[in-house]
Write a protein that binds this ligand. Structure first.
Ligand code: SF4
Length: 177
């Protein structure tokens, strides 16, 4: 009796290490537990039962940056807060990603004044921008799925796809050159 008869039809699955690693990264992204302003309420809404971020393996918002790999900057960043945001980012282990949620985080929004950072990309590198004031939970989830697509194209050699993605309020995608 051959091995096939004993073990049954096992089938064969082939894949690359890179695909498996990126699959793992996208299905267990843990966001850092912090919010800066009104956009954070929509971010919390995305965690609720209606939108259920747990579907993406993201139910664990980590209270420690050392256990998080996704920073969602939800709300305006004041000049006073900017060094704190940077410190939190620095304390997150590699690989790590950043979503700028809302107009304020992306470009200062309506707060065109000396107290507010005119885009959190002055402080940390941003992977995906989600437009809106505030963006609805669907828009944030769309941004997260775009980030997943981006991560799936990354090389485990450490080479990152650096061009950020913008999602406009009409859910159009713009790849920033
Ligand atoms: S984009 Fe709008 S909702 Fe979000 S923090 Fe700014 S003012 Fe608040």
């Amino acid at each position: 009796m051959g091995i096939e008869e004993k073990a049954g039809n096992l089938g064969v699955v082939t894949t690359s290490l890179e695909t498996v690693v990126n699959w793992g990264r996208t299905n267990a992204m843990w966001p850092l537990l912090f919010g800066l302003a009104c956009c954070a309420i929509e971010m919390m809404g995305a965690q609720g039962s209606n939108y259920d971020l747990s579907r993406f393996g993201m139910e664990l918002n980590r209270a420690s940056p050392r256990q998080a790999d996704l920073m969602i900057v939800a709300g305006r960043v004041s000049r006073k807060m900017a060094p704190v945001v940077r410190r939190l980012y620095d304390q997150m282990p590699e690989p790590k990603w950043v979503i700028a949620m809302g107009d304020c985080a992306a470009c200062g929004g309506v707060f065109n004044n000396y107290a507010i950072v005119q885009g959190v990309d002055e402080v940390v590198p941003v992977d995906v921008y989600v437009a809106g004031c505030p963006p609805r939970p669907e828009a944030l989830i769309d941004g997260i799925m775009m980030l997943h697509e981006k991560v799936k194209r990354e090389k485990i050699s450490g080479v990152r796809e650096d061009a950020p993605i913008r999602i406009t309020s009409k859910n159009q995608l713009i790849q920033v050159k």
